[in-house]
Structure formats: structure tokens, C-alpha cells
Design a protein around this ligand. Structure first.
Ligand code: ACO
Length: 381
């Protein structure tokens, strides 16, 4: 359905408006209610899932369409365990990258290299699993290499969230860190037709391979208007430093016409339900960092209401993601790649959904340039 047939916006308005309100696909994976602040994965409320499921259960739910039984979860974990290796060819590629590049760029390159060597045929759930479990492996390997350390092998007794922290540090992670990271991974796994998911579906719709679609999605997630915001939230909180400096700092930023990172959303016109969960997790994880973040949040919301009346700007998922991810020991430049290590479950589920009922995604552009130019050959110009 296009916006024209649904009567929401004209073609020209769509072009200017970033496709706002345009329905680009049907999906049974997740649903966002922007005015009530509700998010469901396959019918299950995000608050229930965040509080009592593992990332593996959520990946299963997205890929297979139902929550797993105990045995189904065991089988999935066995398959994940077998797959979460670092192929020598990818290690070689990561080794050759300059240690100064952003981990998000290293991740995109690693997925591309892995795809070139490992992916054949139509995307399927086995490929989705093989690719998803390698995200933490690739990220941790690059992180260790850039610090002059050898990459580690996955720990056979640790699940997705715990193994990621182990692969980074070589230490068995604290239980509270694993719990916090797992909840984060659950909360970020899927989110309707966000920019990176749309990107993945466009690539999949050309009947390209799963790795190509995911590489494109990683590129879309990287931008600060999408998944690139949390490290900028951390930069903001560090620059503010203390509660007494917050109001002046925020007023100055707005006066310079800057956007406050971690606020505003294309769909939510009320609080993002994921922010509600992450606020509580961040409060438990690091009370001191939380106190500053909470004060900054309160002031930012008040200032945005004062200076952008009627725009409905509320806290989004990225604001407390920054506090939470820092509290489990991640450096700022791993925040967005860690988001990717969750969202890859959603991307791959969307890719499978797209190709199982595929039609090439190929919209139109409204041409607004000249139409009757007189051609002059090169030598006469
Ligand atoms: N700070 C200040 N002003 C803002 C912010 C913000 N964070 N967000 C929106 N606005 C203002 C805009 O300046 C604009 O004002 P104007 O009408 O006076 O020009 C108005 O609100 C509407 O902004 P749009 O850009 O049209 O809103 P859009 O729906 O395109 O933007 C977006 C959504 C990109 C997320 C935006 O709110 C933003 O840039 N936020 C900051 C970055 C951020 O936190 N990104 C993470 C998003 S969550 C995610 O992707 C996982």
C-alpha cells in the first residue's frame, strides 16, 4: 500500500518527509504504537519479555514464530554453540584492518568477508543463526586485536550475552552485568520498519544474499539519527560532568541548533517503552551515573517542551542505553555495534519474512529537474 492509496501523504510530501507514515511492508514480527508507547514482538509485550526472557528465546521467537519450549531452546543453543567460531579468513581480515578504525566499520567488513566465504543459496534460519552468533565473536575479536590481545574462543558454558562479555575481557562476567546486557539485547532485537530493517528488506527483495542485506543494515544503523546515538549520549553526559552544569550545557546546545541525543523518535510521540525498562536497569547498574543522567533527562525534557512545543519529544531507547552499556564495561565505540549484535536477530527475521513473500522493493522518485535542456557536445561547451 502506498501513502497515496491510503490517503496519508502526497508523493511530494513523502519525498520531503522521509517516508513518514508510509506503509512499506506487512510484518508479523513486531508492532509499535507510537501514541500509546507500546511495543510487541509477535504479540508479546516488550515489558514482559525484557523482564523474563533470554536473548536466545527472543531470537527463536522472531525466527520461528513462537516462544521455544525448554527442549527447543536447548537445541537452538547447541546450534549456536557450534556456529560461534571465528573463521580463519575473517580473523585475517580483522588482523589487516588498522586498529584505529571504528568497531562498527570492522564489524561491517567482517560480515562482508564472512558472507563472501560462507553464504550460499537462499536465506534460511540456519544462515540467520550462523550470522547472528558471529556478531559478538567478530566484535570481540576486533576489540582485542586493536588492544594488542589475541582473540579468545567462545566459552562453551556461557550464553549469548555472557559469552560476549567474556570474549571481550577474558573474565567470567558478573551475573548482574549479564542480566543487564541480556535485557538490553532483548529490548533492541526488533522494532518495526526502522531505517536499518527497511534497508535489509530492500536488499533481500532483490534476491541478494543474507550477508549483503545485513552489511547494508549495519551501514544504516551506524548513523547518529538511528543507532549511532548512544555514544553521543555518553559524550554529552561526560561533557556535562556534574548536575549543576546540565541546564546551561543543554540550553547552549539547543541555542546552537543541535539535537539532544537520546530524545525524539519518528514513531513514538510519547515515551519509548524501551526507555522505561532501560531507565530502571541503569538505575540498578550504576546509581551514580544514573543520578546525573536522570537530572539531564528531566532538564532536557523540560527544555524540549519549552523550545519545541508540539513536537512531542520524549526520551528514546538510546539515552539510557549509554548508561547501561557503560555500566557493564563497554567502551563508547562498542555501543552501536552491540546494538547491532541484538538487532541482527530482527534483521535476519525480516529478511526471511521478505523473501518468503517477496516482491522487489522498487519505489519511484518524483523528478523535479529540468526536462528540455539543449544538448551541447563536449568540445563546444
Ligand atoms: N533535539 C532537539 N530537537 C529535536 C530533536 C532532538 N533530539 N529531535 C527532533 N527535534 C526537533 C527538530 O529540530 C524539529 O524541529 P523543527 O520542526 O522546529 O525543525 C522537530 O523536532 C521534528 O524533527 P524531525 O527531524 O522532523 O523528526 P524526525 O521524526 O525526523 O526525527 C529523530 C526523529 C531523527 C530520532 C530525531 O528525534 C533526532 O534526531 N533525535 C536525536 C538523535 C537520536 O536520539 N537518535 C536515536 C533515535 S532512536 C533509534 O533510532 C534507535
Amino acid at each position: 500500500m502506498t501513502a497515496e492509496t491510503s490517503g496519508t501523504t502526497s508523493t511530494t510530501e513523502q519525498n520531503r518527509g522521509g517516508l513518514e507514515g508510509v506503509v512499506a511492508a506487512t510484518t508479523v514480527l513486531s508492532k509499535i504504537e507510537g501514541t500509546t508507547g507500546k511495543l510487541i514482538y509477535r504479540g508479546y509485550n516488550i515489558h514482559d519479555l525484557a523482564r523474563s526472557t533470554s536473548f536466545e528465546e527472543i531470537a527463536y521467537l522472531l525466527w520461528y514464530g513462537k516462544l521455544p519450549t525448554k527442549m527447543e531452546l536447548v537445541d537452538l543453543k547447541v546450534q549456536m554453540l557450534e556456529e560461534r567460531t571465528l573463521p580463519t579468513e575473517v580473523l585475517q581480515v580483522l588482523n589487516d584492518l588498522p586498529s584505529t578504525i571504528a568497531p562498527m566499520d570492522a564489524l561491517r567488513t567482517a560480515v562482508s568477508a564472512w558472507g563472501a566465504m560462507s553464504v550460499e543459496g537462499k536465506p534460511g534460519i540456519d544462515q540467520a543463526i550462523a550470522l547472528t552468533v558471529r556478531f559478538p565473536v567478530f566484535l570481540a575479536a576486533f576489540h582485542r586485536l586493536r588492544n594488542g590481545l589475541e582473540p579468545l574462543e567462545s566459552h562453551p558454558e556461557l550464553d549469548y550475552a555472557a559469552n560476549y562479555l567474556y570474549l571481550l575481557s577474558g573474565q567470567i562476567p558478573k551475573e548482574e552485568h549479564v542480566k543487564a546486557l541480556n535485557a538490553y539485547l532483548v529490548l533492541l532485537a526488533d522494532h518495526g520498519m526502522n531505517a536499518s530493517t527497511f534497508t535489509a528488506r530492500v536488499v533481500a527483495s532483490t534476491e541478494s544474499d543474507i550477508a549483503s542485506a545485513v552489511v547494508a543494515a549495519v551501514g544504516a544503523l551506524k548513523g547518529p539519527l538511528h543507532g549511532g546515538a548512544p555514544s553521543k549520549v555518553q559524550d554529552m553526559l561526560e561533557a556535562i560532568g556534574t548536575q549543576d552544569r546540565a541546564e546551561g550545557w543543554l540550553r547552549d546546545a539547543l541555542a546552537r541548533g543541535e539535537r539532544l541525543m537520546g530524545f525524539g523518535h519518528r514513531v513514538y510521540k510519547t515515551e519509548d517503552p524501551r526507555a522505561e525498562e532501560l531507565r530502571e536497569l541503569a538505575r540498578l547498574a550504576d546509581p551514580q551515573a544514573f543520578a546525573l543522567a536522570r537530572r539531564v533527562e528531566e532538564l532536557a525534557l523540560a527544555l524540549l517542551q519549552e523550545q519545541k512545543p508540539g513536537r512531542h519529544l520524549y526520551t528514546n531507547v538510546e539515552f539510557y542505553s549509554a548508561v547501561l552499556l557503560a555500566s557493564v564495561g563497554l567502551p563508547g565505540d562498542l555501543f552501536t555495534p552491540t546494538f547491532a549484535a541484538s538487532r541482527v536477530a530482527g534483521w535476519t527475521a525480516h529478511i526471511l519474512e521478505q523473501i518468503n513473500n517477496n516482491r522487489l522493493i522498487r519505489p519511484e522518485a518524483e523528478y523535479t529537474g529540468p526536462t528540455e535542456m539543449h544538448f551541447v557536445p563536449l568540445g563546444e561547451r
